[in-house]
Write a protein that binds this ligand. Structure first.
Ligand code: INI
Length: 157
């Protein structure tokens, strides 16, 4: 067998951008708190975390792209909460956020993490934002650290 690559969960020296949706802010502020605590716990310095707020999850990709293209960050973490409710609007917002974020990641080569939750209710959203189902913002930030370190290892040169 040849080489095995695995991104370490060490954040020392990494620069991370966070993009957070204001829509459902009661949820997204908790996702953000989880993400910041994960970054801090893994050694990312406070001054190496930048934060951009966007109106809703639909706007996450455009801001993430600008940040990724700046080449100032090792990873970008996108956080949002699209709650299904009773409107078909949900489907469009969630799908475009997912597609857009994936596109930024692939186009720029800067790991751009999908930390958008898509629960059925506000109650379920809160469970995933520091409640009984953990904190998806925390998980997204850990994934960003892993991917940032993996991408360093997989550099073409
Ligand atoms: N944005 C969200 O982040 N979550 C939602 O649940 C949501 N819903 O349901 O409408 C939502 N809509 C706003 C959208 O993201 C855009 O900000 C808006 O359409 C302007 O482009």
């Amino acid at each position: 067998m040849g080489a095995t690559f695995r991104g370490e969960l060490r954040g020392e020296g990494l620069r991370i951008a966070l993009v957070v949706s204001r829509f459902n802010e009661v949820v997204t502020s908790r996702l953000l708190a989880g993400a910041r605590s994960a970054l801090e716990r893994h050694g990312v310095r406070e001054e190496d975390m930048d934060l951009a707020w966007v109106p809703g999850a639909f706007e996450l990709p455009i801001a993430a792209r600008r940040l990724a293209e700046s080449r100032r960050y090792d990873a970008v973490v996108c956080l949002g909460a699209v709650i299904r409710g009773e409107t078909p609007h949900f489907r469009y917002v969630a799908a475009e956020a997912a597609r857009g974020i994936a596109q930024v990641s692939r186009d720029t080569g800067v790991p751009t993490i999908f930390g958008v939750i898509t629960p059925n209710t506000l109650e379920q959203a809160l469970e995933r934002a520091g409640g009984k189902v953990g904190n998806k913002g925390y998980d997204a930030a850990v994934n960003a650290i892993e991917m940032a370190n993996l991408m360093r290892q997989l550099r073409p040169d």
